[in-house]
Design a protein around this ligand. Structure first.
Ligand SMILES: *Cc1c(COP(=O)(O)O)cnc(C)c1O
Length: 361
């Protein structure tokens, strides 16, 4: 059986380094907000040539705390792609704002810049973009719209660690970016984790306070905060992983290149563009008979996933929040998309086997 993802296999190469990091942290006797978090924040910021990184408990928390740091008036409108993972929209809702959904481009699966301006009102404060599947959004066009309408830009980089648009890293275009280190993400921890990245000292300070009870100095609280701290153990593991991130990316890109060149034309493959440095958190294909294809692959001992089976606007949780609008492009994507195995633990041989089976469908 070829698994969709086997984290034990993907992490095997780092086991000895993880064990050393574990032992170091255990011995340090310091398990919350210590040197591991500090060092990882410095390294993760440096990787992006950014000034500030704040480690938090999850990607969702990075989005919530990051958005909250702007202190927009309640009910502000935030533009967001209609086909994102629900977390992006949940963050907007948790902050008391209104998600305004914009359809993706059917080619890139990312927010369609041509559809953003029609959704901007006097109440719009920001655009929250998502570099979905590890493909960068069309940043040249998005930056133009951001400037023209004087909007804040927040990047959801939960799937795009190390991805670039025109050689510029995702997470460095807007005022602030949110990352997830959920174990399956390209930079995955061994548990939950997330981070906010920003060059703005004020946003950094507010996010730092928000993650730790609104406090700078222990037992003195400046604002109404949360408990959302990146764990010392996880930060130690993440520092190990970060050193290997480019190697992980290169491996995934090599596997993607095999799919790109070998898969038959009956499948819609991800578009390639010289401006995009894709990191393939997910490698998806599209096919009108997606469900039958998934079943066929399973019968041939190949596991796949669907990202995602149900679009946000059709989720029960969104009743009364997103209503009355239809998002046909999003629905088409959710109906036809299938994610193929592409992890650090997969070999080129695995991918050739998957291609062979797929091309016989
Ligand atoms: C994974 C993910 C998140 C949430 O990250 P968690 O660490 O699971 O909270 C947010 N947005 C997107 C696009 C994601 O893929």
């Amino acid at each position: 059986m070829i698994e969709y993802e086997n984290l034990g296999e993907s992490n095997k190469k780092f086991f000895s380094e993880y064990l050393a990091a574990f032992q170091y942290t255990l011995n340090s006797g310091w398990y919350i907000l210590g040197n591991n978090v500090k060092n990882f924040e410095i390294d993760f910021a440096a990787y992006h040539y950014s000034k500030h990184c704040i480690g938090v408990n999850s990607g969702l928390d990075a989005l919530i705390l990051g958005l909250r740091a702007f202190d927009f008036p309640p009910g502000s409108e935030i533009i967001v792609p209609s086909n994102t993972y629900i977390a992006t929209i949940l963050a907007i809702v948790h902050c008391g704002h209104k998600p305004v959904l914009v359809e993706p481009d059917i080619r890139t699966y990312n927010i369609d810049p041509a559809r953003i301006e029609e959704k901007i009102t006097t109440n719009t404060q920001g655009i929250m973009i998502v570099h979905l599947y590890g493909k960068p959004c069309e940043m040249d066009k998005i930056m133009e719209i951001k400037k023209k309408h004087n909007l804040v830009l927040i990047e959801d980089c939960a799937q795009s660690h190390g991805a670039k648009f025109n050689d510029v890293l995702t997470g460095t275009f807007g005022e602030l970016a949110a990352f997830s280190f959920y174990p399956t993400k390209n930079l995955g921890a061994l548990g939950d984790g997330g981070a906010v990245l920003t060059n703005d000292p004020k946003l950094a300070q507010t996010t730092r306070r928000l993650r730790n009870y609104g406090s700078d100095v222990k037992y003195y609280n400046e604002i109404v905060g949360y408990n959302s701290r990146l764990q010392e153990f996880q930060a130690g593991f993440l520092s190990v992983k970060l050193k290997h991130l480019d190697e992980i990316t290169a491996h995934k890109r090599k596997l993607a290149a095999i799919y790109d060149s070998e898969l038959s034309g009956k499948f819609i493959k991800p578009v390639t563009d010289y401006k995009h440095f894709d990191v393939f958190h997910i490698y998806n294909i599209r096919h009108p008979e997606r469900d039958r294809l998934k079943k066929y692959l399973l019968e041939n001992e190949i596991k796949t996933e669907i990202h995602y089976p149900e679009p946000p606007h059709k989720q029960k949780a969104m009743e009364g929040i997103i209503s009355g609008e239809s998002f046909p492009i999003s629905e088409e994507l959710h109906r036809t998309t299938l994610s193929l195995p592409i992890s650090f633990g997969h070999t080129e041989k695995d991918i050739y086997r998957i291609v062979e089976v797929l091309n016989k469908f």
